[in-house]
Design a protein around this ligand. Structure first.
Ligand code: SF4
Ligand code: SF4
Length: 95
Protein backbone atom coordinates (compact mmCIF):
# COMPACT_ATOMS: atom_id res chain seq x y z
CA UNK A 1 0.00 0.00 0.00
CA UNK A 2 1.09 3.60 -0.55
CA UNK A 3 2.07 5.61 2.48
CA UNK A 4 -0.51 8.30 3.38
CA UNK A 5 0.58 11.75 2.22
CA UNK A 6 0.96 14.75 4.46
CA UNK A 7 -1.55 16.84 2.53
CA UNK A 8 -0.79 20.04 4.44
CA UNK A 9 1.45 21.19 7.29
CA UNK A 10 1.31 24.75 8.58
CA UNK A 11 4.39 24.41 10.83
CA UNK A 12 6.51 26.52 8.51
CA UNK A 13 9.50 26.83 10.83
CA UNK A 14 10.19 23.09 10.43
CA UNK A 15 13.25 22.35 8.29
CA UNK A 16 11.18 20.07 6.05
CA UNK A 17 8.42 22.62 5.38
CA UNK A 18 8.21 24.71 2.24
CA UNK A 19 5.02 26.63 1.46
CA UNK A 20 2.99 24.59 3.96
CA UNK A 21 4.04 21.30 2.41
CA UNK A 22 6.22 18.63 4.00
CA UNK A 23 9.21 17.47 1.97
CA UNK A 24 10.58 14.76 4.27
CA UNK A 25 10.30 11.50 2.35
CA UNK A 26 8.68 9.79 5.34
CA UNK A 27 7.75 11.15 8.75
CA UNK A 28 7.22 9.32 12.02
CA UNK A 29 4.21 10.31 14.09
CA UNK A 30 3.61 10.08 17.79
CA UNK A 31 4.54 8.44 20.98
CA UNK A 32 2.11 6.03 22.60
CA UNK A 33 -0.53 8.72 23.29
CA UNK A 34 0.29 12.05 21.60
CA UNK A 35 0.06 12.38 17.80
CA UNK A 36 3.06 14.72 17.55
CA UNK A 37 5.20 14.83 14.42
CA UNK A 38 8.37 13.12 15.62
CA UNK A 39 10.26 14.27 12.52
CA UNK A 40 9.75 17.99 13.25
CA UNK A 41 13.01 19.86 13.63
CA UNK A 42 14.28 23.41 13.47
CA UNK A 43 17.93 22.31 13.68
CA UNK A 44 19.01 23.37 10.20
CA UNK A 45 20.61 26.33 8.49
CA UNK A 46 18.67 25.75 5.27
CA UNK A 47 15.62 23.76 4.28
CA UNK A 48 15.96 19.97 4.08
CA UNK A 49 14.09 17.11 2.48
CA UNK A 50 13.36 16.55 -1.20
CA UNK A 51 11.59 19.57 -2.68
CA UNK A 52 10.33 17.40 -5.57
CA UNK A 53 8.28 15.10 -3.38
CA UNK A 54 5.56 15.41 -0.77
CA UNK A 55 6.07 13.85 2.65
CA UNK A 56 4.22 10.74 3.74
CA UNK A 57 3.62 8.88 6.99
CA UNK A 58 6.26 6.18 7.27
CA UNK A 59 5.25 5.02 10.73
CA UNK A 60 2.85 6.04 13.48
CA UNK A 61 3.13 4.99 17.10
CA UNK A 62 -0.32 6.25 18.16
CA UNK A 63 -2.09 2.90 18.47
CA UNK A 64 -5.20 4.52 20.01
CA UNK A 65 -6.00 6.39 16.76
CA UNK A 66 -8.87 4.94 14.72
CA UNK A 67 -6.70 5.12 11.58
CA UNK A 68 -3.86 3.15 13.14
CA UNK A 69 -3.42 -0.52 12.28
CA UNK A 70 -0.37 -2.37 13.54
CA UNK A 71 1.42 0.95 14.11
CA UNK A 72 0.90 2.06 10.50
CA UNK A 73 -1.42 4.85 9.37
CA UNK A 74 -4.36 3.75 7.20
CA UNK A 75 -5.83 7.23 6.56
CA UNK A 76 -6.09 8.49 2.98
CA UNK A 77 -3.81 11.36 3.98
CA UNK A 78 -3.15 13.53 7.02
CA UNK A 79 -2.94 17.19 7.97
CA UNK A 80 -0.31 18.42 10.40
CA UNK A 81 -0.66 21.63 12.35
CA UNK A 82 0.43 23.55 15.39
CA UNK A 83 -1.01 22.67 18.81
CA UNK A 84 0.45 22.72 22.31
CA UNK A 85 3.25 20.56 20.95
CA UNK A 86 5.35 21.93 18.12
CA UNK A 87 3.48 19.93 15.48
CA UNK A 88 0.64 17.42 15.72
CA UNK A 89 -1.28 15.18 13.35
CA UNK A 90 -4.68 16.91 13.21
CA UNK A 91 -6.25 13.88 11.49
CA UNK A 92 -5.90 11.92 14.74
CA UNK A 93 -9.18 10.54 16.12
CA UNK A 94 -9.33 8.35 19.21
CA UNK A 95 -10.75 4.90 18.47
S1 SF4 B 1 4.87 17.15 8.78
FE1 SF4 B 1 6.41 17.20 10.42
S2 SF4 B 1 8.40 16.97 9.33
FE2 SF4 B 1 6.87 17.54 7.80
S3 SF4 B 1 6.98 19.78 7.63
FE3 SF4 B 1 5.37 19.31 9.14
S4 SF4 B 1 6.38 19.33 11.15
FE4 SF4 B 1 7.99 19.16 9.58
S1 SF4 C 1 -4.21 9.80 11.42
FE1 SF4 C 1 -3.84 8.57 13.27
S2 SF4 C 1 -2.69 6.79 12.55
FE2 SF4 C 1 -2.53 8.39 10.96
S3 SF4 C 1 -0.64 9.51 11.42
FE3 SF4 C 1 -2.33 10.61 12.41
S4 SF4 C 1 -2.39 9.78 14.53
FE4 SF4 C 1 -1.21 8.34 13.26
Amino acid sequence: MDMPKVNECDVQECCYNQNKLCHALAITVGDSVDPCCDTFTTACSSKGGNSGSIGAVGACKVSICRYNMKLECQADGIIVGRTEHAADCLTFEPS
